[in-house]
Design a protein around this ligand. Structure first.
Ligand code: 5RP
Length: 237
């Protein structure tokens, strides 16, 4: 196992220790969340966790949970989620996030917003001082609006590119049937709250990957003296 996977595995394991029987759990997306879902399935199979219901944040997490026999309920049929566990692409010292590296941020944000607690699991490469210095902000747009949205973002000093698929010709198509613009702002994002709202106000935008004031706790995996360890940083106020 490479060192990044070791860091992801140790936070995935630590996240599952926060889960209690009877919980409705938001199941995040991405490679770290997938490791967490697999560990959750182990604990359910061993009878250590009972009466768990999962709410998927993507087609990826839905398929994985189905394969692993984790009971699922639909987002629309729950009024509240006890705990959502998800990965992130960037985490700043105030616990503001960029998500959407897997193009799943629309449902991820819906689940996070319905959760009493949002637990973010990352390896330490995801910790940044300022958002969007290197990782582009994913913006989900209606298919026939991408060019128009791109022009508005360019007027905001954002350079964007349409995310292209790898094993398919043409763009990535999201679980909702939309497209993704990946945006880098000149100088990064200094005020995530304003940027989140401004981008979501552009006609044709469904949602962007800024997660502002949603995170309750972050678990970070790192390698110390050749051994993976996990810690939970304090939020800088
Ligand atoms: C998907 C996400 C993921 O949580 C994020 O991209 C992190 O993924 P990984 O754990 O594979 O690094 O937001 O939309």
């Amino acid at each position: 196992m490479d060192s990044q996977t070791q860091m992801k595995q140790i936070v995935a394991d630590a996240a599952i220790r926060e889960v209690e029987s009877g919980m409705i759990l938001g199941l995040g997306s991405g490679s770290t969340a997938a490791l967490m879902i697999k560990r959750l399935a182990d604990e359910i199979r061993l009878g250590k966790l009972q009466n768990i219901s999962g709410v998927a944040t993507s087609f990826q997490s839905e398929v994985l949970a189905l394969e692993l026999d984790i009971p699922l309920i639909d987002l629309a049929s729950v009024s509240q989620i006890d705990l959502a566990i998800d990965g992130a692409d960037e985490v700043d010292p105030v616990f503001q996030l960029i998500k959407g590296g897997g193009a799943c941020h629309v449902r991820e944000k819906l689940v996070a917003s319905k959760a009493d607690q949002l637990l973010i699991v990352v390896d330490e490469t995801k910790l940044v001082q300022n958002l969007n210095q290197s990782f582009p902000l994913p913006v989900e747009v209606l298919p026939n609006a991408w060019k128009q949205v791109q022009e508005v973002i360019s007027e905001m000093n954002g350079s964007s590119s349409l995310r292209m698929a790898t094993k398919k010709a043409g763009p990535v198509v999201t679980d909702q049937g939309n497209l993704i613009l990946d945006v880098l702002f000149d100088g990064g994002i200094k005020n995530p709250k304003d940027v989140e709202m401004t981008i979501n106000n552009i006609p044709g935008v469904l949602e962007n990957g800024l997660f502002v004031d949603l995170t309750d706790k972050v678990l970070v995996g790192k390698i110390e003296k050749n051994t993976p360890v996990v810690y939970s940083p304090s939020r800088v106020s």
